[in-house]
Design a protein around this ligand. Sequence first.
Ligand code: PDD
Length: 288
Amino acid sequence: MLVYLNGDYVEESQAKVSVNDRGFIFGDGVYEVIRVVNGGFFQAIPHLTRLKEGLSLLRIDLSEQECESLLDIAHYLLKENDLTEGHATVYIQVTRGAAKRTHQFPNPAVEPTVFISVNRLVPNHELHQKGASAITIPDVRWTRCNIKSVNLLPNILAKQRAEDAGVFSTIMIRDGVVTETQNSNTFLVNDGVIYTFPKSNYILAGITRDVVFKMAKDLGIEIREEPVAEDKIYDMDEVFLSGTTTDIQGITRIDGITIGDGSPGPVTLKLVDKLKNEMEQSGKVISG
Ligand code: PDD
């Protein structure tokens, strides 16, 4: 596997970062995961915009020129790694760089570390049709969840709890309402209306979440940014998740309780299909 690190294309096994890298020491950096279908990026510009916003919030200074070159680099990696057919992901990570350990930013600033890799992704179409299970857990994260920080300890602990419970995902609860999952946004459907937690510092504003808003509008389905109380979850007609690696995934069992009739409902299935089509279109438009 060829990867990109700080200006060079290198074999993954040869790619080395300093032990003083602030990503390694502090988790001082941000990342993006972009979906690729047949060599075309899905929603590349929104991902880049979110990356730039994250860098700006963390005051990591990556030049405009470098930001603009990230997609070209990703495209080269996809070609070199033979990933221009089918589904794949691009992983981009930018950290504040390597410097002697001090909590405050290095002064003078150091060059940010830029790492890009590409990976095969196999969409789980069967699970999308069948539905999956989840458990609710407290959302113990910080209050700046809008930053796509590489600091993902609560998220990996959450996913491991799901794994230990033999379920697909957690659904996180903060102050008595559903926020999101460890790596996707959460939607709840009641009487034909979709509800989801408002864009704020308590969730990551998912790029796929924005696509869900657009698709719902196209399908004439009402969607509201309103939190749903924890004790209402089990009475919902449908629950589904959205994310770059999750697609649209119906959740049909939560904490051992069946949601709806136990299979993904009509709203979920329409969105599963529509997202699949939109992704395939993106492959046609940008490939080459
Ligand atoms: N996760 N919420 C959280 C906490 C996430 O980590 C993610 C994405 C999302 C969905 O965002 P998007 O639609 O832009 O992928 C929501 C990525 C895929 C990951 O950590 O692998």
